[in-house]
Design a protein around this ligand. Structure first.
Ligand SMILES: Nc1nc2c(ncn2[C@@H]2O[C@@H]3COP(=O)(O)O[C@H]4[C@@H](O)[C@H](n5cnc6c(=O)[nH]c(N)nc65)O[C@@H]4COP(=O)(O)O[C@H]3[C@H]2O)c(=O)[nH]1
Length: 898
């Protein structure tokens, strides 16, 4: 055993010697024995004992103290006790002890406190320290008894943390005894449900928190699980102390003792009201939408889910149609009489009950709803199903449009609570999303199946729908008629009045067609100005009768802009099953019949005959031949001179395309140019002719044949090609010609149709320096207003005016007007189709500068024109030598000979 401190012994000895005489005579110990005993006692104490003297020096440091601090006593005895104090407070320790000694302020003597023990190795332990003050002759000694309470402190801290965890969590924790009665609730329970332990103690929790709409089956299930001592997890609607409903998820665990006997059941309840709505309602509805479930199913699901979450609610969702009328989409909890009474009602300002009219996006609450004047129209059914209150809210799209209304009905009057408001918010978003999705789907469907201009079914839908009608007709042995309708001269309207006017006309025609149909008939727009009407059931007789009606209807005047038109159409009819068994064949045959009607002079109908098949095949053959002729460069050019009326000199020549086919013979351009246009190779044709004409002019120049320019016809389609100016520039350069050597003849519609880019090309061509001429002037919907703004150089007076110049005063007046306008705009007037001298005379008198026509010369091949020019040159030379005046008639004779 280690020796007790000598200093302590000295102190004790001094004290004891003073008291020696007072010891009872029967004291069993001698003084030294007592001293020794005391020291040994202190030494062997289980608690650490530290004795310090008046100088704060350690005079006793027992074995337990050595163990507690880790210092051997030799290192401690005689040294200031502050070495045993944690480093952080060591400096102030002497002062602290001093104050205690002098004033007793810190009152550490006679008290017990927990102190930190900083061990020699730096680790920390906790001690419970009590100090006693011993008065001795040698001075005051302080004896500190320190019990190692480190484990206790740790446990206490653990308990504190545990209690923190239990009480600070949002979950409600409840502990019940084996009898199922509450013995503990945490603070979270009070926060979540408002109940204190006193409210719950000794009670069965489910009896306290269940309410009107708590699911009985779930309660039964809970009872069974608890009785079977089995852990479980449930979701259940409960009510807090104030009666507010909330959804919880309860996880209940059984706690058994070491013998397997149930001691407690611990329940952790989580408020899942929000999660329930967001995750369950939202997820289910979104999943349904993602699965492309029909809108009615999605709405039904939302209603059912809302009613499941809050069973006191009866949910209903209505849509608002384009006319502002309400239609029930889902209302599983309302009787059909009620929804029937609502359906078709105006959702306008009078319908406050629907929250659509006046709500301005706010929730409308109608206490005692059936008595509300807004409910007048469905008061009875509302009463019959016991409705007492309704809340409703407009369902709005992201851009604020009212798409429908969401209503919650109640059988009792109640204030809107948080849960129900949240349910409304979530449901509104879902409803808006579903309705907007439906609208976009409808839009996509419309785009996919309907023509965007007229709103009629498009080709795809028309064919698919007719196929099903055909299948039905085949099953029922019925006949069906397909009418192929093509507007007459629509292109002309489009070209002359512009595309907008063309669109207006198409829409009007679509409306008129729809107006003519019977219940089961069907009309669609195939493309451009082609419409198809399917009459089902219908035989040939009925088809022609209806066709006549349609044609009459179409012919009614329609005002497009400032122009009044009388649209006509050519119609082809094919009958199922005689003319085909499938829609494609019927369509093809109706198309052929329409073509026949068109060729026969338009504004008529024609019923398909097998003979037409042959005609169509001929047309196809013709088309292929033209294509081949183009590829093989077999189109030729004839040139017709244009003569100055002032002196008979050559103003220019017009190049006119010619096609000689070994089988078809001479095909006039009036036939093959439109065909090339229809078949899509007109641009190729025009380009080829332009190049050929330029080459020819170049050859004439090389042969000293003086021709000021060549005029070339360019179709509107070619003019819309933005590459045209570049091609012209390249061609002129390749032929060594100047821009002014070329004149392009365009029809009025190129000028009028700004939309298709023709006007822009016209300007660019003019910038090159190439001449521009308006062909057939006066035959279209001439708009004189554009003339002065356009870069045109000449107007070609159409031959239809010239033809009747001598006989018709009106034609004369028109020709004179055109000439007058042209001249005042400094445009050259070129009269076409001049066939006799009288016409020439009148035109010249009216101020027309140039003429072209059989009277002067017919269009002729280049070589013939060369000869014609040479002969004219000879004539001119004679005249110059004074051998005679210019003889127009002589010219004509010469032309005929040429
Ligand atoms: N009755 C009568 N007719 C006369 C007289 N003088 C000339 N003609 C005919 O009148 C038409 C004048 O050509 P256009 O108005 O440009 O009308 C042309 C033009 O629009 C088009 N065309 C001709 N060649 C081409 C071409 O190369 N490209 C394009 N895009 N169209 C062309 O075909 C139309 C018809 O051409 P053609 O049959 O050659 O008919 C020519 C010409 O032969 C006359 O005194 N009396």
């Amino acid at each position: 055993m280690t020796q007790p401190s000598a200093a302590v012994a000295a102190c004790l000895s001094a004290q004891n010697s003073a008291d020696e005489s007072t010891l009872p005579s029967n004291h069993p110990l001698t003084e030294s024995q007592a001293r020794e005993t005391l020291i040994q006692t202190l030494e062997q104490a289980a608690d650490a004992v530290v004795v310090i003297d008046a100088n704060n020096c350690v005079t006793l440091f027992n074995a337990s103290a050595e163990a507690l601090w880790g210092y051997p006593r030799a290192d401690v005895l005689g040294r200031n006790v502050s070495m045993l104090v944690p480093r952080g407070i060591r400096a102030q320790h002497d002062q602290y002890v001093g104050a205690n000694r002098d004033t007793g302020t810190n009152r550490i003597v006679g008290t017990s406190r927990e102190v930190v023990i900083e061990r020699i190795d730096g680790t920390v332990r906790w001690g419970s320290m009590s100090i006693s003050k011993v008065f001795t002759a040698a001075g005051v000694l302080y004896t500190a008894f320190i019990r190692d309470v480190t484990n206790e402190v740790k446990r206490r801290e653990e308990r504190r943390l545990l209690s923190l965890a239990v009480n600070e969590t949002d979950s409600a924790i409840i502990v019940v005894g084996p009898d199922g009665r509450t013995i503990y609730i945490n603070d979270g329970f009070t926060r979540m449900l408002g109940y204190q332990l006193d409210d719950m103690y000794g009670k069965v929790p489910s009896r306290v928190v269940s309410g009107r709409y708590t699911d009985e089956k779930t309660l039964e299930y809970i009872g069974e699980r608890l009785a079977a001592r089995e852990s479980f997890r449930v979701e259940i609607l409960i009510y807090d102390r104030s009666g507010k409903p909330l959804w919880i998820q309860a996880v209940v665990n059984i706690v058994n003792d070491e013998y397997g006997t149930c001691r407690n059941m611990v329940g952790v309840w989580t408020d899942i009201t929000n999660t329930k709505m967001h995750e369950v309602l939202q997820q289910k509805a979104l999943n349904a939408m993602a699965r492309e479930a029909p809108i009615l199913n999605v709405m039904l699901l939302i209603c059912l889910e809302v009613e499941r979450i809050a069973p006191e609610i009866i949910a209903s969702i209505c849509s608002v149609d384009q006319d502002g009328r309400l239609w029930t989409l889902a209302a599983p909890g309302l009787p059909p009489e009620y929804t029937k009474a609502v359906d078709g009602l105006d959702a306008g300002p009078d319908m406050q009950a629907c929250g659509v009219g006046h709500s301005g996006g706010k929730l409308m609450v109608f206490a005692d709803a059936p008595e509300d004047s807004c409910w007048a129209k469905f008061k009875e059914p509302a009463r019959a199903c016991g409705l007492a209150q309704a809340w409703s809210h407009a369902i709005r799209s992201s851009d604020g449009r009212v798409l429908g209304k969401l209503a919650f009905y109640y059988r009792e009057t109640r204030e809107p609570g948080t849960l129900h408001r949240r349910l409304i918010d979530v449901s509104l978003n879902l409803c808006a999303l579903a309705l907007e999705r439906e609208a976009s789907k409808e839009n996509i469907r419309r785009l996919a199946f309907y023509d965007s201009l007229t709103g009629l079914p498009n080709r795809g839908f028309l064919i698919a729908h007719t196929e099903s009608l055909l299948a039905n007709a085949a099953r029922t042995n019925n006949t069906l008629a397909v009418l192929f309708l093509d507007l007459d001269r629509f292109k002309h309207v489009n070209d002359s009045l512009g595309h907008t006017a063309g669109d207006v006309l198409l829409c009007e025609v679509a409306q008129r067609l729809k107006g003519c149909l019977r219940a089961l008939d069907f009309v669609g727009r195939l493309s451009g100005d082609e419409f198809v009407v399917v009459l089902s059931p219908c035989d040939a007789g009925e088809a022609t009768a209806l066709c006549e009606r349609i044609m009459a209807e179409l012919q009614e005047p329609v005002t497009v802009g400032s122009t009044t038109l009388r649209p006509t159409a050519s119609v082809g009819i094919a009958i199922f099953p005689q003319h085909g068994h499938d829609m494609n064949t019927l369509l093809l045959h109706a198309d052929m019949a329409m073509y026949q009607a068109k060729s026969a002079g338009r504004h008529r109908f024609s019923v398909f005959t097998p003979e037409l098949n042959r005609v169509a095949q001929d047309r196809l053959k013709f088309e292929m031949a033209l294509r081949a002729a183009l590829q093989a460069d077999q189109l030729q050019l004839h040139y017709q001179p244009q003569v100055r009326l002032s002196d008979g000199g050559i103003y220019g020549v017009e190049a006119l395309a010619r096609w000689h086919h070994p089988e078809f013979g001479v095909v006039p351009p009036d036939r093959f140019v439109p065909l090339a246009e229809e078949c899509g190779f007109i641009t190729e044709l025009d380009h080829g002719i332009l190049q050929k004409a330029c080459r020819q002019l170049s050859e004439w120049r090389a042969a000293n044949i003086v021709i000021p320019h060549v005029s070339v016809n360019v179709s509107p389609t070619t003019f819309c090609d933005r590459r045209l100016p570049a091609l012209i520039a390249k061609t002129l350069a390749a032929c060594g010609l100047l821009p002014r050597d070329l004149v392009l003849e365009v029809t009025e519609n190129v000028v009028l149709d700004n939309a298709s880019g023709g006007l822009a090309t016209l300007k660019r061509v003019h910038e090159l320096g190439v001449g521009l001429s308006i062909d057939d002037f006066g035959t279209g919907y001439s708009s004189l207003s554009y003339l002065h703004r356009l870069p045109v150089d000449e107007l070609k007076l159409d031959k239809s005016f010239v033809r009747e110049l001598e006989s018709d005063e009106g034609a004369r007046a028109l020709a004179s007007a055109v000439t007058g306008i042209g001249t005042s705009l400094r445009l050259t007037i070129v009269a076409e189709g001049v066939e006799n001298d009288e016409q020439r005379r009148i035109l010249q008198a009216q101020g027309c500068q140039v003429a072209q026509g059989y009277f002067f010369a017919r269009p002729m091949p280049a070589a013939a024109l060369t000869a014609w020019m040479q002969s004219r040159a000879r004539e001119a030379a004679c005249r110059n030598r004074g051998l005679g005046d210019f003889d127009w008639a002589a010219q004509t004779d010469l032309d005929q000979a040429g």
